[in-house]
Design a binder for this molecule. Sequence first.
Ligand code: MG
Length: 248
Amino acid sequence: MSITIKNSSEIENMRIAGDIVGRAHELVAKEIKAGVTTKHLDKIVEDYIRSRGAIPSFLGYGGYPATINASINEEVVHGIPGSRKLKDGDIIGIDIGACYNGYHGDAARTHAVGNISDENKKLIEVTKQSFFEGIKYAKSGNHLHQISEAIQNYVESNGFSIVRDYVGHGIGKELHESPQVPNYKMPSRGIRLQAGMAIAVEPMVNIGTYKVTVLDDDWTVVTIDGKNSAHYENTILITDGEPEILTI
Ligand code: MG
């Protein structure tokens, strides 16, 4: 599929979808504490998305059974909400997508549950900051893989590794559109960015090896060494100046 350039009415729908996703994150963040199940978090987000007249983007996508991804500790992405209770010292990545009037927004945050180790605090901070390091290059006229390289450089200079098997993506009428947005250096410069492109930039950062595998549920991605992983993502709009972050 070719890369879509959004017109002003499409952008307006994406701003609303992004606002719904951003506010759903603020809402769910307040609920994260020891003893809470990931199913509870899922319900809060689903109810909020529907209250805004939107649809959860992930529910039913490729058969996915829930509204959010809830990925705890060594789970990288795509953890399925259920009866598991959060424990003090856990970290949890929450990924949320919402579709408003046919347009998607997609964003992820990683949170501490109670008191976490200094290493986990650093992991969460570096993962978030790597997104902002990457999007310094997200403007019209630059090349896509400048974003990718900046993310990898920042993550590795902080002693962590960046996941290769899962990447960011174009977004709009489809949750996943062209182009793919890798978080690591590529042999090519990648496409030239143009105003009106929308992409989801989503570094997944591991404490140990970057290698991951998928559990028997066919969804949950985990690190192969069992060390923790964090995820941070926003949907952004390319402009002639600074990118517009749609999901904050
Ligand atoms: Mg995404």
